[in-house]
Design a protein around this ligand. Sequence first.
Ligand SMILES: [Zn+2]
Ligand SMILES: [Zn+2]
Length: 258
Amino acid sequence: MEFVGDEGNRKAVAREPRARFTALAALFLLAAPACRSLEITPAALRAPGGRTGERAAALARWEEALALINEFLASDYRRTLPPGRFELTPDGMRFRSAAGRSWPIGVHSTGWGDLVVATGFRAQEARDGFCVGAIERNPEETLDGQLDQTFFRARDGEWQDSFSLAEVTLHETTHVVYRAGTIGPWNTIGYYAVAVATLSAANHPAEDRPHATSEEFAWFAAARSSEPEYRRVIEGVRDEHLAVAHEHCAHGPFPEPR
Ligand SMILES: [Zn+2]
Ligand SMILES: [Zn+2]
């Protein structure tokens, strides 16, 4: 899961929506068959229809995000994901590890994603990528399902920048690669069993590796836009953090799953 907001609300403010999420999720599972599923792809964004200019801008940001992701993966900020590269084809994203495994990282805007978004999340991992939800409708915009979802936009309609697209992609990919979180039906039930027991997903053990990737990308992004002297400070903070174990993140390297 990708939390919206800063570290402070992971623990406090977000606690209540997560308890609500668990209850709503149980209800939703009963009604799930009737839901929307729209895959967000470069091919669909280039197809006729929708808000053409905004689609081109969104696709350009997505391509920029891919470049950032690959720069991060090639850097020594990456510790938790295995070495590898992302590609973006007309059909969507794929992560290929240097060891030769590959995972599709599809982006699906779904009815389930709407629930995820309504309860304070941005995205939720799945076996073949992640789902996102619709944003709040703006009556002055014609609806464009390819654009009006929480991969490209915040819930209030603000556009996400390429760093944000990269971060959520890397976070959810860490879930997919290590099969941590709601990957597969049994894991989904397991995830909620723990969420119910703790009344919170904020400190869920399935988030430890994805959270580690999010931190690593945050250091990378901060260092990338800093002068060399500040970059050294950021690297110092990172090295100090990595030198000891923490309760809610688990940094690699880990053996690549088979
Ligand atoms: Zn997560
Ligand atoms: Zn950490």
